[in-house]
Write a protein that binds this ligand. Structure first.
Ligand SMILES: [Ca+2]
Length: 126
């Protein structure tokens, strides 16, 4: 048995510049895929309790719509995922981007270090 969940990164849009950092600290083989309807930005797997090296890190300009993340674990438990999407704002409150954070638990000890993903997205001005 394995568990796969998909999260739509609604709020991060085509044309924004994104950067990402993802890692795992898990005995199971955990996989993260970041993609939209035009391209896949990365799809990597890790199966080690060492948090380094990271699962993935990089940047891109978002090419399509419906930017999404798939997280898959080879373990026997259903993923428990906590995630948030926040506005990046100017000093007067204008929204100029988003930050997305996710942590996940793939087993029963509830340390929520089995997956960790951070994505920042900024509006491109030209
Ligand atoms: Ca755990």
């Amino acid at each position: 048995m394995s568990s796969k969940k998909t999260i739509l990164l609604d709020g991060i849009k085509k044309g924004q510049l994104i950067s990402w950092f993802a890692t795992t600290q898990a005995a199971n083989t955990n996989t993260v895929k970041l993609y939209d309807d035009k391209t896949t930005y990365f799809e990597n797997s890790k199966a080690t309790v060492n948090m380094v090296p990271p699962l993935a890190q990089g940047y891109a300009v978002v090419e399509g719509d419906n930017l999404s993340i798939d997280v898959t674990t080879s373990g026997n438990c259903e993923w428990k995922l906590n995630h948030s999407m926040l506005d990046l704002t100017t000093d007067v409150g204008k929204c100029i981007g988003k930050t997305f954070s996710l942590v996940g638990e793939d087993s029963v000890d509830n340390d929520f270090n089995d997956i960790c993903i951070s994505i920042s997205a900024w509006n491109k001005t030209r």
